[in-house]
Design a binder for this molecule. Sequence first.
Ligand code: PBG
Length: 325
Amino acid sequence: METLNFRRHRRLRKSAFLRDLVREHHLSVDDLIYPLFVVEGNKVRNPVPSMPGIEQLSPDYLLDEIGEAAALGIKAVLLFGVPRHKDPVGSAAYHPHGIVQEAIRAIKAKYPDLLVIADTCLCEYTDHGHCGVVENGDVLNDASLELLVKTAVSQAEAGADIIAPSNMMDGFTAAIRKGLDDAGFAYVPIMSYAVKYASAFYGPFRDAAESAPKFGDRKTYQMDPANRREALREAQSDIEEGADLLIVKPGMPYLDIIADIRQHFPVPVVAYNVSGEYAMVKAAAQNGWLDEKSVVLEMLTGMKRAGADLIITYFAKDVARWLKE
Ligand code: PBG
């Protein structure tokens, strides 16, 4: 044995206290953003079958849910609206009394300090399910921008603290930044879904938000999962156009992208732990195939390690509870 020369890495793993001392990355309740689906009506609570534990909520129940989240220390929510009325131009998205606008007002009245982030997109509001205006089967870029700006401004007018545009039209950040500035909201930050892939992991979300495209797919506007350098180009444009925070989406299968963005751009990076990632873990846990708590904490810590500052996750309440234990 004397001739062997090797390092004893296990020295620093000897006890739980020692491991705590040398741990490089930490998950905190401050990292969490909790996504919520709001529907019209009163006393409405619709479970989303592909996302056990997640429900579409009417504003009254939404406030209860937010009360629970806030009591656990969660500081930010991300709102998605599921309107009753859909049309080709998604008018419910930018109606001054739209479902999200009303929900924001109600939340800010009851929880003024809570950060309300508004997802700014049209797919939940259009009858064809695409994220913009459609003409001859094509999603029009510049015509969609105008509607997106109207949506963002109406959300800011309702009191949204952060605007999160997710429709992936070119120039959406530039257009929204100018729209917000012109309307007097120069200090409302943009958290842009700069790097958003055309992912099959959004399946359960489209049940929850009732936003699946009625024809075709989103591949002409969302990114090809096979591309890595393209993420840098998307991020670069969004920063030049005025994005304050960048979202990478999905999270788990795209940790390399999170690491790239962290390395190249000095802005806060947000990982979106999407609906399909949630559904997989839930399904396995319900079958007794995985230990939910350990898997979720490991998965989200992995996103922090890759470089995420913040994580949007449907597990937010569970994680907040587990971190207190
Ligand atoms: C809206 C939007 C989507 C998600 C967030 N914003 C769906 C999509 O692009 O089809 C997906 C979130 C998730 O899967 O959890 N465009």
